[in-house]
Write a protein that binds this ligand. Structure first.
Ligand code: MN
Length: 750
């Protein structure tokens, strides 16, 4: 096992002014915490974090990252806590170790190949820092190197996961060596037979070509030295996995593969690359069509090198890669290299960054976008002054608008950020959402409004009898949940209307001295053109059909009071006139004075509306507490809509116009906001007086009141009100609904 001072020395080799105390402290702490724990191999457990740290020293990582590597398993596997680590090593280190602890959850999930892409996203979403990923990859590499010791089925699962998730990730981070080694190790456990065959052939071939290769190596070294080029020449053999993959994908036999052997020529600088190339081409014949200059045209992951294939002395083809030391480090360690050279020339693609149109599915790792985020980290390097600062700025901003959660069975559910357990329930299945009454998050019962975090395991608590409360529509964030709640609400509302219709008809029939039952209604269905009694009841409840007409349809001899007397004279209370004739009437109420001003400078109350963009509110109005969306109109500014506004549907296909805005209310300077409600009053003596009193008692200003529709049994009226916020409004609405004078009370926006 590596000693404490050996580790420090390794780091000192590339970073002489290393913070030794930090490394020593982390070494001792992790060693003590892991204590007598052992690995499957029987080795002391501490040998593992130590090896992970060693892998990272090969990548010249800074001491903070090395310390994180030493500590990476302590929170999960020992008595160490985040709080303790924060106290001893600072907030930054604690955050990174915590990130690695969260990633460990991933290892416990059963996986299907179809989910590999999602899992990669989750991995990136949880590891919100490049350093966490670097340590995780080193961790995985060491685990793969020591995989022999774990049980066979576990071995296969880990190898498969490495092949599907970690190796591609290393590749995407520009770490080719890491990728190749991970692939090769995984191949060995996934397809042992294939691995052994290819490996054997490679060994035979290497043995057979030993002398020729040695000859080429010597010739190259001397030739370059004679021409004054300082170079190191290393032979390299293709890895078993890449040979196997090439044979599979191109349908080639082993013998048909041409470039199993190669040399890497590493020189001091770019000029020497081209000089070396000239020397090589003059000495040996080059194979046409195999020459590639990635120095003048780097690959999108910053890879730079010259590739050429020559015909060797025994007529075998040999691939040569010529590059400078810096190019070599980038090719090997990818993103990690950027920590080493602060003056490294950067090659950032100038192509415009991909359009993020809000919530598209552009997260898929298409090759063209694979480096978008890497580019981002490179850009932050170009802004920072030193490598440390670069690593400080390596927060990944991937998928920051998504969260990934799990069902208890391990199914991965992707949701927009801000989603709550109700969204989760609907994402699993509409029935699950409709019957959701509670949720356990990571095993604990939590409020249904809790915002879900990455990696949360959510168990939905269901009740067969439940129906989703309509109010959920305003707290969920996914469209699926919203529309399902609306649908369920509509059904429930219909049921309510039918109940109300029932009440109205009961009363009307008894006033007329007729017996009433649902059975009796069947006699009138045909005349009134209704399918069934429930439809008829709901129509009466909604005021589309009057009780008088129902009576007439069933009892031919029925004559209504209306034929002789004005309808419901009892509604004409003191100061209020007959509602039945009030359609189209509008009442204006005096503005209240002092401190009750309606909000005027509405830009001030909205955050997220940048600069001096004019802001106005949609006709539906929004009040503080509403979830709101700003719709940008070129040249006109921003219009604020409550999220439930049906008018938003018109902008569904223009996601670029959706602006995320938030309330920014000054508690000291509260103002009122306009809102419209629709109240259906049951025509009964004193109804309107009762409603008006309720509104006034709730400290709500009435701006205008219009009677929009009257029917013998109902009057529908629209109130323009001024309220403080959503709580204020909801309190009024629920009191109205309780009132005997009111059939329904709804906010007007669907
Ligand atoms: Mn580990």
């Amino acid at each position: 096992m590596m000693r404490q001072y050996e580790l420090v020395e390794r780091v000192q080799r590339y970073k002489p002014e290393v913070n030794e105390a930090l490394l020593n402290k982390a070494y001792v702490y992790a060693m003590n915490k892991h204590g007598g724990q052992t690995r499957a191999s029987g080795d002391p457990y501490f040998s593992h974090p130590l090896e992970v740290a060693a892998i990272l020293t090969d990548m010249n990582m800074d001491e903070n990252t090395i310390a994180v590597a030493l500590l990476h398993d302590t929170i999960e596997d020992t008595s160490a806590t985040r709080v303790e680590i924060e106290k001893l090593f600072g907030e930054d280190t604690a955050r990174l170790v915590d990130g690695l602890t969260k990633l460990k959850k991933l290892d416990l999930i059963s996986k299907k190949a179809a989910q590999a892409e999602n899992l990669r996203k989750l991995l990136l979403a949880i590891a919100d820092d490049v350093r966490v990923l670097l340590v995780k990859l080193a961790d995985r590499l060491h685990n793969m190197r020591t995989l022999d010791h774990v049980s066979e089925d576990k071995r296969f699962r880990i190898a498969e996961e490495t092949m599907e998730i970690y190796a591609p990730l290393a590749g995407r981070m520009g770490m080719q060596d890491m990728r190749e080694e991970l692939e090769d190790l995984a191949f060995r456990y996934i397809n042992p037979e294939g691995y052994n065959i290819v490996k054997q052939r490679l060994v035979q071939l290497a043995e057979f070509n030993k002398d020729t290769l040695a000859e080429i190596s010597t010739t190259l070294t001397t030739l370059l030295a004679d021409n004054g080029i300082h170079a190191s020449v290393k032979s390299r053999q293709k890895k078993a996995w890449s040979v196997f993959r090439k044979m599979e994908s191109k349908g080639l036999s082993f013998e048909q593969l041409s470039d199993i052997f190669g040399f890497r020529i590493i020189v001091d600088d770019e000029d020497d690359c081209y000089r070396a190339l000239g020397i090589v081409h003059r000495k040996w014949t080059m194979v046409p069509g195999r020459f590639k200059d990635y120095i003048s045209t780097p690959k999108s992951n910053d890879y730079r090198s010259i590739h050429t294939t020559i015909v060797g002395p025994s007529k075998q083809r040999v691939e040569l890669q010529i590059r400078s030391k810096k190019m070599h480090e980038i090719a090997e360690y990818g993103v990690a290299t950027h920590a080493i050279y602060k003056d490294m020339p950067l090659t950032i693609d100038e192509e415009p960054s991909e359009k993020t149109n809000g919530k598209s599915d552009s997260y898929a790792f298409r090759d063209t976008n694979a480096y978008a985020w890497l580019r981002h980290t490179i850009e932050s390097l170009s802004e920072g002054d030193n490598p440390e600062e670069f690593l400080e700025n390596t927060k990944l901003e991937l998928f920051h608008d998504q969260v990934f959660c799990f069902t208890p069975k391990g199914r991965l559910i992707a949701l927009p950020r801000g989603a709550i357990p109700v969204d989760f329930a609907y994402a699993v299945h509409t029935d699950v959402g409709n019957s959701c009454v509670g949720a356990k998050i990571n095993g604990r019962i939590m409020p249904l409004v809790t915002q879900l975090q990455n990696g949360d395991e959510v168990e939905v608590i269901r009740s067969a009898a439940a129906a989703p409360p309509a109010a959920w529509e305003t707290i969920v964030v996914t469209g699926k949940a919203r529309s399902a709640i609306r649908r369920a609400t509509r059904l429930a509302v219909r049921k309510q209307y039918a109940g109300l219709g029932n009440r109205i008809l009961e009363r009307a029939f008894s006033r007329a001295g007729k017996p009433f039952s649902k059975e009796i209604l069947k006699d009138g269905l045909e005349d009134l053109a209704f399918k069934d009694a429930d439809d008829l009841l709901a129509a009466v409840g909604r005021g589309e059909l009057s009780s008088t007409n129902v009576l007439k349809a069933i009892h031919n001899d029925f004559r209504s009071d209306k034929d002789t007397a004005p309808p419901h004279p009892e509604l004409m209370g003191e100061g209020w006139f007959n509602l039945s004739n009030a359609t189209g009437m509008m009442f204006k109420f005096p503005e209240k004075a002092e401190g009750d001003e309606v909000h005027k400078d509405q830009t001030l109350s909205i955050r997220g509306a940048s600069g001096d963009l004019p802001v106005r509110f949609s006709p539906e109005g929004a009040v503080p507490g509403d979830r709101i969306i700003g719709i940008a109109t070129p040249g006109k500014g921003l219009t604020i809509y409550p999220i439930q506004s049906p008018a938003l549907a018109a902008y569904d296909d223009q996601p670029e116009r959706w602006i995320d805005v938030r309330w920014d209310i000054d508690a000291a300077n509260r103002t009122r906001f306009k809102v419209q409600i629709v109240v259906t009053a049951i025509n009964a003596p004193g109804s309107l007086a009762e409603i008006a009193t309720l509104v006034a008692d709730n400290d709500v200003n009435i701006h205008t009141l219009s009677m929009v529709r009257t029917a013998p049994d109902f009057t529908e009226m629209v109130f323009d009100l001024e309220v403080w916020d959503i709580k204020h409004l909801n309190r009024l609405l629920s009191q109205l609904r309780e009132s005997g004078a009111v059939s329904t009370a709804e906010r007007r926006n669907g």
